[in-house]
Design a protein around this ligand. Sequence first.
Ligand code: SF4
Length: 295
Amino acid sequence: MPDQPTTPHIFSPSAIKVYSECPIKYELMYLDQWYSRQADRPFWGRVAGSAFAEGSAILNSPENFMTAVPECNLQLKIDLAIKAALKSITDDIDPFMKAGGILDRTDLENVKRDVAQALTKYANNSPFADWKEILHVEYGLGTLYGNCRLDVIGRDRHNVLSFADIKFKRYLDTQYVDKTVEEYRWDWQFLHYQWAMEKYFNEPVNAYLCLVRLKSAWQAQLFEFTYNAALIHSVGLSVGRYSEDMGHAIERGTALGTTHDTKFGPCAYKEACLKLQWNEDLMKQNYIQLPPRGK
Ligand code: SF4
């Protein structure tokens, strides 16, 4: 009798997405933790996104602040949110600098200013105001579902169990909003979240993008995404298949990506792969290795 099949380790939505783009990129980014030495646009995007997530989790929290913080008021919540966001920025910047990263101090101050400004506006314009209930913020579904971490879980205005993923953009021109929303609607992360949420809670789930942008105009808005059951079933099969492959990524050997440029510009590892062939001594001129966040 053959061995019972074992459930493969399920990888996170972001790791699967990177692996599907290029297995080498997954190894460099997730296994070896190589990053550009110079703080670039994607770096600041990640730093600002994480900081806004930490701050907005406090503002969205279902906990009773009257209990947690006596004589609480909106300004106190905003202050706590900004404090959490600034700590998140420090938690990202400190290991980056320690590893030899290079950044422009003006960029750092601009990120801090923009995140604080956006959290203040967000606190006064909550896009969740018409939800019946917020149940959880920053809620992890665990390893069986790829460690999905949902920004907000609650009951929407239709009283249906729902999740929302918050995307913070310091700058997104109004003319690109519709295109950006459509990209997120079919993005792997949202499909994976929908699959994981339905499995975890075993009931129908509504999905929302919470788009927050500071410039060129302020916007904090929910966009509802609807997916058909057959698609989400396929997503579940794909999660298993990718995870199985990724568990054997190293032993299966080199698999270069076939395209080294994205719509945002060249892949950050272009020099490491195509010119340096992953020679670590040479890579150290332009790349650093970072410990996982929080270590
Ligand atoms: S440069 Fe090409 S091969 Fe290297 S990580 Fe990027 S996409 Fe993959």
